[in-house]
Design a protein. Structure first.
Length: 178
């Protein structure tokens, strides 16, 4: 059985093998479909295109369908993906990084919470750095645990800083870049 790798001392680059190229395209294709709310394409993939013994969308490694859909506010895609084995992933974090305006983002965060998506303490820092007091009030209201300090820039808006001090939020300031 000849070694397919001509140099036995060099690790094989698995990303260039044809079977991995197909999986890479699946990953990219599903992420784009989730970001565009193209549920019909995701359903087609689940029903017709899964290969290699996989039977659920959740078995497509790295697709992060729920997180991508959360970033863009697509609840129907998240519901379908969850029904077909997809993990929540970093849905809250992606939502905060996404293009949604503040009201739509808060609505999405609340919907995710109602669906049972697990909250991580790091969400406090992201909400703080986004600078939206409504998010912070909501996290406080649902008693989300705060397990770490919020890292913030030296130029924090005064209202945000006052809220943090009044609510005993641990802060760590980033150094100014020279």
């Amino acid at each position: 059985n000849p070694n397919p790798n001509p140099n036995p001392h060099q690790a094989e680059d698995f990303t260039t093998r044809p079977e991995h190229a197909v999986r890479w395209e699946e990953f990219r294709w599903l992420r784009v479909a989730a970001s565009r709310n193209e549920l019909h394409l995701i359903k087609w993939f689940q029903e017709e295109a899964l290969t290699d013994g996989r039977s659920e969308l959740g078995e497509v490694e790295g697709a992060d369908i729920c997180a991508v859909a959360a970033r863009h506010g697509h609840t129907a895609v998240i519901e379908y993906a969850r029904q077909h084995g997809c993990s929540w992933g970093y849905v809250y974090e992606e939502c905060l990084r996404g293009p949604l305006d503040h009201a739509a983002c808060l609505e999405m965060l609340q919907w995710l919470y109602q669906q049972g998506a697990p909250l991580r303490p790091a969400i406090w820092g992201q909400a703080f750095n986004r600078g939206e007091l409504k998010f912070l009030h909501w996290l406080q209201r649902i008693k989300c645990p705060m397990g770490m300090p919020c890292y913030c820039d030296p130029y924090v808006p005064r209202a945000l800083l006052r809220w943090a001090v009044d609510n005993a939020v641990p802060l760590k300031f980033r150094a100014e870049e020279q």
